[in-house]
Design a protein around this ligand. Structure first.
Ligand code: NAD
Length: 423
């Protein structure tokens, strides 16, 4: 059976891990080679952005154990920070014990904004725009016949009045279902195309015509139960609840809480070729939607004393368009996920964000975050001096116990172990 529950994955050599992923996802020899070498052709890079002089590589890792809506996923993550992948896998394992993540996502509705200033009569302008609403929507759809044919396109139009120190502005929102595209190019084109008509209808002057990254009509949600028994007992549950309340009520803590969520989400976003800045902007502006910046996750305890977590945030991600189409590794990452639809990708990313957040809260509420980091550091050192998979744990444990985490000590411990001496 195809399962993402793989124990000891982290202990395997890189090529062994790659072999498992290859089998899981049915990767071709060529895809394996592209991934192994982290290949991005220079000519592709040269066409992606301006003034290119070289390439920049980051580790591509896999988080294991994810079960989302009953389906097993291996999660590709690209990130420079240690502990993130291990934490996600660990949290996913605990959630898996109670059935994994339940996730959902809305349609891919993006908002395109048209800013109109110096409108002579606001009420009359709004009346005229609303009277022409259906024609405006139809005109927008003519600008992207492919999207319309696929079942997406402009859906609705709204008008807001926003006061400024220089007088009111009329802000027109065009709501567009961009299906599997992130949608920025799509909706920007529509806003620019509608602008002359909007100017004529309102008698005002149009300045900006651009997507809003506060994609609050394009939300992804995930929820999971972390049973008291699986996560370490009542005291751990209580500690996590206090950590959550801290973030919910204090923006200083909420910023770091949400940063932890984005550790997971952005790592998947980088692997799959998403616009990470758009995702960050969407997440943090959504976290401040009430006027007070707060958490993107919620936690509660049920009658059995088990912990539940949930997350809701905008996730404007694409499986077509943008970089996804051109970056060979982004395409492989989507293949590993087995995902073709943007909504499914958003559900996965929401689940990873929740897993990441839960893992951070659990660590913070118990041993503190540094212990995990030091363990990973010690593990890297043990491996660097040649400890085999069966020796690593003991070398790590002894270095941590002695508070001597360095290459010299690791070598000595390994020699002692191999010559039969005990701690
Ligand atoms: P795109 O224009 O490359 O692709 C979208 C188009 O693909 C659609 O308009 C449609 O015609 C076509 N398409 C084919 N199959 C489709 C399907 N199944 N679902 C949906 N569309 C399908 O890309 P995009 O997603 O419109 O734009 C994304 C890019 O815009 C990103 O690279 C992003 O960095 C960039 N961008 C972002 C911002 C911002 O976030 N503020 C601003 C400008 C540009």
């Amino acid at each position: 059976m195809r399962t993402s529950r793989i124990s000891g994955f982290y202990n395997l050599p890189m090529d062994e891990r790659l072999k498992i992923v290859r089998e899981f996802a049915g990767l071709t020899d060529e895809e394996v080679e592209v991934l192994r070498e982290g290949k991005l052709p220079r000519e592709v890079a040269d066409h992606m952005i301006e003034n290119v002089i070289g390439l920049y590589s980051l580790p591509f890792a896999i988080a294991t154990n994810f079960l989302i809506n009953g389906k097993d996923y291996l999660i590709p993550m690209v990130i420079e920070e240690p502990s993130v992948v291990a934490a996600a896998s660990n949290a996913a394992k605990m959630a898996r014990d109670s059935g994994g993540f339940e996730a959902e996502a809305t349609d891919s509705i993006m908002i395109s904004q048209i800013q109109v200033v110096k409108v002579p009569d606001l009420e009359e302008a709004i009346r005229r725009i609303m009277a022409e609403k259906d024609k405006l929507i139809a005109a927008a759809n003519e600008m992207d016949p492919l999207l319309t044919r696929l079942g997406g396109g402009a859906r609705d139009l709204e008008v807001r009045v926003v006061g400024t120190e220089a007088g009111p502005m009329l802000i027109v929102h065009l709501l567009v279902d961009t299906l599997d595209a992130m949608g920025a190019n799509t909706v920007n084109t529509m806003a620019e195309g509608l602008a002359p008509t909007i100017e004529r209808l309102t008698g005002g002057k149009v300045y900006l015509r651009i997507i809003s990254n506060l994609a609050d009509r394009r939300l992804a949600r995930a929820k999971a139960k972390f049973s008291k028994a699986a996560i370490g007992g009542e005291e751990v549950v209580e500690g996590i609840m206090w950590a959550y309340r801290f973030a919910k009520h204090d923006p200083y803590r909420a910023a770091t809480h949400n940063k932890g969520i984005m550790n997971g989400i952005i790592a998947v976003a980088l692997a799959t070729g998403q616009d990470t800045r758009a995702l960050e902007a969407g997440a943090h502006s959504y976290a401040a939607r009430s006027g007070k910046y707060t958490t993107l996750t919620n936690y509660w305890v049920d009658d059995n004393g088990d912990l539940w977590g949930s997350i809701e945030l905008p996730l404007a991600v694409g499986t077509v368009g943008g970089v996804v189409r051109v970056h060979p590794i982004a395409k492989i990452a989507l293949k590993i996920l087995g995902v073709e639809k943007a909504r499914e990708l958003a559900m996965i990313m929401a689940s990873v964000g929740l897993a990441q957040n839960f893992a951070a809260l659990r660590a913070l509420a118990t041993e503190g975050i540094q212990a995990g980091h030091m363990k990973l550091h010690a593990r890297n050192i043990a491996m660097s001096v040649g400890a085999s998979p069966s020796e690593i744990d003991e070398v790590v444990e002894r270095m941590i116990r002695e508070r001597k985490i360095n290459v010299e000590r690791a070598k000595q411990i390994l020699e002692e172990m191999r010559s039969g001496k005990k701690a």
